[in-house]
Ligand binder design. Structure first.
Ligand code: MN3
Length: 199
């Protein structure tokens, strides 16, 4: 019984232009994210008593899951959770700077928007291997390995996150994660980030 479905993007695969190519968007969404969804559903078939649980419940209570599915739900469920947000954190109308309360909180913590960008970028380059970088509601910048996500660590849901797995950039940027991160700032959907601050 398939419970989780690949979410539809709110923009076309070619909408992020030269920053994130059509090839990457297509592969990342239809292959990588689809695989997380399929494997999450397969894992839940092995633990039918958890099929009615929300994804957030599964990810925040991993230790309660049967051992034979715990790793799969952590990795595949985390992958589905993270990517479902990641698509919304980007927009063809994105880039620029946040406004309002979000901007004020960033400047209060980091001194300026640019200093925040620099620190987030530095942390994204410090992730060894595959992982994510996050901005939390308390303005902390976190990194996690693999598909781990802040709510697994007992933290709040992230305001913003960046996928720094090679599959997110290799086709366009080869090994140059730095170039990918610099480009990504041009598509960040600050309106969606600001909405999450208010949730
Ligand atoms: Mn990815």
């Amino acid at each position: 019984m398939a419970q989780y479905l690949l979410p539809t993007l709110e923009y076309d695969y070619d909408a992020l232009g030269s920053y994130i190519s059509t090839d990457i968007m297509t592969l990342h969404h239809t292959k990588h994210h689809q695989t997380y969804v399929d494997k999450l559903n397969a894992a839940l078939e092995q633990a039918p008593e958890f099929e009615q649980s929300s994804l957030e419940d599964l990810l925040t209570r991993l230790e309660e899951l049967p051992e034979n599915v715990r790793g799969a739900i952590r990795n595949q469920g985390g992958g589905h959770y993270n990517h479902s947000l990641f698509w919304q954190w980007m927009s063809p109308d994105g880039g620029g700077e946040p406004r309002g309360e979000l901007a004020a909180k960033i400047i209060e913590r980091y001194g300026s928007f640019q200093q925040f960008v620099d620190e987030f970028t530095t942390k994204s380059l410090s992730v060894f291997g595959s992982g994510w970088v996050w901005l939390q509601p308390d303005m902390e910048i976190l990194t996690t390995p693999n598909q781990d996500t802040p709510i697994m660590l007992g933290k709040e849901a992230p305001l913003l996150g960046l996928d720094v797995w090679e599959h997110a950039y290799y086709l366009d940027y080869k090994n140059k994660r730095d170039d990918y991160v610099q480009a990504w700032w041009n598509v960040v959907n600050w309106e969606f980030v600001a909405q999450r601050l208010k949730v």
